[in-house]
Structures are given as C-alpha cells and as structure tokens.
Design a protein around this ligand. Sequence first.
Ligand code: PMP
Length: 300
Amino acid sequence: MGKLVRIIAHTRMKIYIDGAYYAKEDAKISVFDHGLLYGDGVFEGIRIYHSRVFKLKEHIERLYYSAKAILLTIPMTPEAMTEAVLDACRQNQLENGYIRLIVTRGAGSLGLSPNSCKNPSVIIIANEIQLYPPELYEKGMEIITAATSRNLVNAINPAIKSLNYLNNILAKIEASHAGCEEAIMLNSDGFVAECTGDNLFIFHHGVLFTPPLAAGALHGITRNTVMELAQESGYTVQERNLTRYDLYIAQECFLTGSGAEIVPVVKIDQRVIGEGIPGEVTKELDQKYRALTKVAGEPL
Ligand code: PMP
C-alpha cells in the first residue's frame, strides 16, 4: 500500500505557472486573464521522445515569433524558457510525452485593451499524449473539406500560433459532424491552406507537394522536418498552391504535426486517394521521421 501511494505521488502531474509548480487541481489562472477572455496569447505543442525534447529550439523560436507578432513581451529569455521546459519534463519524469507551452497576455480589466495586462503568464503542462487511434495510422484517415475558410493572412495570420483557435475549432466540428477526425481548410482564394491542427502533403508523379506558407498555414515544424527528410531521400519537394482537384487525383496524401506525427490520408470528400491504403512514400517518410525521433532532441 505504502509503495502504491508513493508511485502515485511520484507520477502526479506538476504544472508550471510563472516559476512555481502546482498539482493539477491547484493549477489555476485568473478569470480576468485575457488568454481566457479573448484568446489573447500564444502557445506551442512539443513532443518528448526517449528523454529528449524534439525540435525544442524550433518551438521556442516560433513561440517568440508568435509573441512578437501580437506585441506580447514574454517575461523571460528564450534561454530561460528552454530551461523551464526541460525542468518541467524532469519534474514530471516524462520519457515520452507532450508539452503544452502557453504564454497568456495575463490578468487585466474586462476591456479589450491589452494595456491593462501588466504580467503575461507562462504555463507549462507536460503530460502523456493521446494520439489518434492506432488504426488510423495503419489504415489511413478519411477527411473532408470544411466550409469554414482558414483565417485570412491579413486578419489573424495562421502563422501565429495564438490561443484563438476558434477558426480551427469550427472546422473541427464540421469534421466531427461528417464522422471524420480532421478537415482541410481552404484559404479565401480557394487554395488548400492546411488542416485544423496539421499541415498537408500530397505525392504525385514523383513529386512531394505542400501548400506554400503564404497560402495561410502554420509554419509547421513537422512539415519542415518532413521536407528535409524527403529531400535527403532524393525526392523533389515543391511548395505550390493546391486545389481540391490536386488532392483528389494525388497518388498519396498525408498530414503532419507534432502531436499527430505523420498521418496517411486515404479518402478526401468521398474520393479514394491512390489505392485507398497508406502509400509507400508516406510509409517511408514515416519510418525516417520515427528514426529521427529516436536520436534527435534536447536531452533531459
Ligand atoms: N497547423 C495547425 C493549425 C496546427 O495547430 C499545428 C500544430 N498542431 C500544425 C499545423 C502542425 O505544426 P507542427 O508540426 O509545428 O506541430
């Protein structure tokens, strides 16, 4: 019994908020935080594999870029943030898992102006990850195109990983109503931007295509890694505007994201993609990605 209690106490989640650790039940922020009131803040989703934090430098850099874009001053240096993330992983004794790193505008008045928010908050949740069901990776995923367009680059640029995810949530609801896990989001010109929480690739006639970032997508870190792995393997990779037609006739399609990793797509809007099973190039890149996660990353 004593041993059991110790093990449970051992694995209790510790959540970092502004320099201190709290148990899950006590990890709270103000109801006046503009992150809650207005989705005013930025975040990152990062993976831990084999006691290493994968692509930590890239995630920290993107966090500071997102913050800069919304004129939010993060109250610590990137170096201190890096240390805080590593420490949160150690505190939670995670060898494999997921880190949610959040910077909110902080508590202020009920008005919109961020000027009343004097102290942005830094929150780090390091936890296990719930992936899509394993069958989806083996059999491939069916997705739809959402009627909801991706945010305009001149409104909330999708490059900013902000706490305001309503645009994506609306499309995710459409996916769910259609019995799917993911949905493709188009930009206002009708070109493919990305999915609600993943970037998108197709493979056709020997070339790997993905929409350019200017189409209105998050600058995905997994996207970048997959492009590098594909080039190393001798594939031609092209960033090109894609229409739904391009997706329908593609030989292969897959999604990328830190949480999702590489997800084969086998049906889009009822059109079977390729042979209707995960494609060979998708599988090859997935193997290469997995191999990289075994050896790369910031050690804990
Ligand atoms: N697009 C969106 C909208 C996302 O939220 C994410 C992250 N889940 C991605 C793409 C993939 O980005 P990354 O590979 O950096 O995790």
